[in-house]
Design a protein. Structure first.
Length: 206
């Protein structure tokens, strides 16, 4: 083998090696931008705040427009196990104000013993809203009311007549003081004597 043929063989191997290296490289040779070497902060979720959860022993609880069952109307309900964000509490802590869409101001009040809430003391104290006024004051038409009232006929009280005074008879001790009259015993004795005498006469005549 000549020196020329040896050189051709060496360059052939070099050429084939370069081709193999080119074909082994990735097709996309895009230069990537340099990434920052500093620490990237990690995004962590923040707590959504206090929430109330309806106790499981309650089928549902009423949501009212204020902290009272008598002075504020019902604006919604929460079923057993449902929860809602807690915003504040009443001065006494008996009622909790929650976020409730659809209610006036998108807030409502729920009775605290019916729900579970952690860290209730950290809720701000919220004053009660003014009590709602009725839309209309019911009035009674006196003419219409009089049609359903039965008329009452006044009756006079009976006149009291005092009874006549009670006459008490007075007993008088009357003593026979007439001396002209014969005693009844004497008359009977005389008549008996006359009868006896007549009987003796009739017997003697026989």
């Amino acid at each position: 083998m000549t020196r020329f043929s040896i050189k051709i063989s060496v360059w052939t191997f070099v050429f084939l090696g370069i081709l193999g290296l080119i074909f082994s490289l990735p097709a996309s040779n895009v230069v990537q931008a340099q990434q920052p070497t500093g620490a990237v902060p990690t995004v962590t979720g923040t707590p959504s705040g206090a929430r109330v959860t309806v106790n499981l022993d309650q089928d549902f609880v009423n949501i009212r427009s204020g902290p009272s069952s008598y002075f504020y109307p019902r604006v919604g309900v929460l079923l057993s196990g449902q929860s809602a964000p807690a915003i504040g509490r009443s001065p006494g802590g008996d009622w909790i104000m929650i976020a409730y869409a659809g209610a006036p101001g998108n807030v409502g009040w729920i009775y605290a013993p019916n729900v579970s809430l952690l860290a209730q003391d950290f809720l701000p104290v919220v004053e009660a809203p003014p009590t709602p006024t009725p839309l209309s004051t019911p009035t009674i038409d006196p003419t219409l009311a009089a049609a359903f009232i039965a008329p009452e006929t006044p009756t006079r009280l009976p006149t009291f007549t005092p009874p006549a005074p009670l006459a008490i008879p007075a007993f008088v001790d009357e003593t026979i003081s007439n001396t002209n009259r014969l005693p009844m015993g004497l008359v009977i004795f005389v008549l008996g004597f006359i009868g006896l005498l007549g009987g003796l006469i009739s017997v003697s005549r026989r």
